[in-house]
Ligand binder design. Sequence first.
Ligand code: IPM
Ligand code: MN
Length: 370
Amino acid sequence: MSKNYKIAVIPGDGTGPEVVAEAVKVLQAAGRKYGFTLDLTTIDWGGEHYLATGELLPADAKARLEKFDAVLLGAIGHPGVKPGILEKGILLKLRFDLDQYINLRPVRLYPGVETPLAGKTPSDIDYVVVRENSGGVYTGMGGNVQIDTPDEVACQNWVYTRRQVDRCLKFAFELAARRHSAQEPWRGLSAEDRAAGYTSQLTLVGKTNVLTYVCGLWERAFNAMAKNYPTVKTAYCHVDATTMWMVKNPEWFDVIVTENLMGDIITDLAAMTAGGMGVSAGGNLNPNGVSMFEPIGGSAPKYTGKGVINPLAAIGAGAMMLDFLGEKAAAAAIESGIAQVTGTRLKSMAAGKMGYSTAEVGDLVVETLA
Ligand code: IPM
Ligand code: MN
């Protein structure tokens, strides 16, 4: 019997609706080929809805989304709304309320995509960042006193519980363990590593030399859990050095795991090394609940309605969604379709410079599925 997935689609603001339309087109084509159907429900939350109604999210937003198998999000961000309102009131609120404690951000240089890293090729830039998505400074604890006086004190607490750290690390170790196999180990392992039984590498990113309490917790939890994953070689890298190696030697990374804000920062850098926002997708995952997939580029207001924005990031987010739903073959086919389109068709990944319209790029990916 063919499967039917209930998907909530939140096109959101700016170019969100345009790119989501292409993602949906590709997902439906994949469904026809791989034997599943999508039951799509469009939800209008975002900047326009907020400006029209004053509502960020309805009180039952969580309950409504929990009825779906997954959420596909376009972009949240509107030039008419003060920065921070929509981000906190919609995007972060959904991540928190749905307990999407993993932010999974693959960093993959597709063929034909220009990278600012001289001399690096697709085989050098192919890793994934597991960003903790529920804690850290994003928890929102803190405050200001003596506001607007010379003695103002501001405090933003960086909090983690062992449970939060452990569930994130467990996800990362499991992802690393299944990303490669004994037959096809990660390319960065030495002959000795392979002889020792390693197939993958997981790098913890932190700042244990200074931020000893929180990063100490991550490090102890990481080392304790490593014992359960004999095929995963572990490594550690300070966050500042990580930005350096991501530019100089991206081939050193297989899977990275890190806390929320550090992950936020390094994944923007990582996205740029892999060709920028036009192609970067991410998933906000709750492995026991409802996950939400999004292109990480934002709403790009100046390109809205012009049909010039690159939809590949949204299409990639759709592929991640299928992978997470268990439609592995369809997800892999879309991924390879994206690679064919970047490798053989698009002139550039940048908005307006692709050589095709937004909809034509969607069609090109659909053609690869035929
Ligand atoms: C991201 C974004 C968000 C974050 C903002 C918009 C709240 O930068 O998804 O990386 O900080 O997580
Ligand atoms: Mn970010």
